[in-house]
Every structure is written in C-alpha cells, then in structure tokens.
Design a protein around this ligand. Structure first.
Ligand SMILES: [Zn+2]
Length: 77
C-alpha cells in the first residue's frame, strides 16, 4: 500500500497519507482542506537514478530524514 507525503497549502502542515489511487487528493487531517500537494520523495529519485555518487554527495542521511521505514522503499530507510 503506497504512502505518500503531502503538504497542505492552507495550514502549511506536512502529513502522510495512504492513497489507493494515484490521482486521489486526500484532505488535510489538520484543517480538512483540499489544497494539498504531493511531495515527491527526494531519496527515492536519488537511489534510483544516481547509482552511488549523487547519493553520497548531495543526499546522505539528512535528505532521508523525512522518510519512514514504511514509506520509502526506494532508499532502504
Ligand atoms: Zn491543512
């Protein structure tokens, strides 16, 4: 089950949400607003595309700080 990170424009909260369809827009759990944006996981991109060097130079552990064990399969965290 995919878990995505979202950012709410109304209350500036970040939250994670289980989505069943990729085009589905969840409502913000804090303000119940629908002005949310999906946050692309940076570490997912890096671990797929970089093959090593980019990960060590610009990513590292800090860019994976927002990942949880269940939400970031790409980086292994
Ligand atoms: Zn909100």
């Amino acid at each position: 089950m995919p878990i995505y990170e979202y950012h709410c424009d109304q209350c500036s909260k970040d939250f994670e949400c289980l989505v069943f369809r990729s085009d589905e827009v969840p409502e913000c759990p804090t303000c119940k607003g629908r002005h949310v944006k999906k946050i692309m996981s940076a570490c997912g991109f890096l671990s797929k595309g970089a093959g090593g060097e980019t990960v060590s130079s610009s990513a590292g552990a800090s860019s994976c700080g927002s990942c949880t064990a269940s939400s970031c399969a790409g980086c292994g965290h």
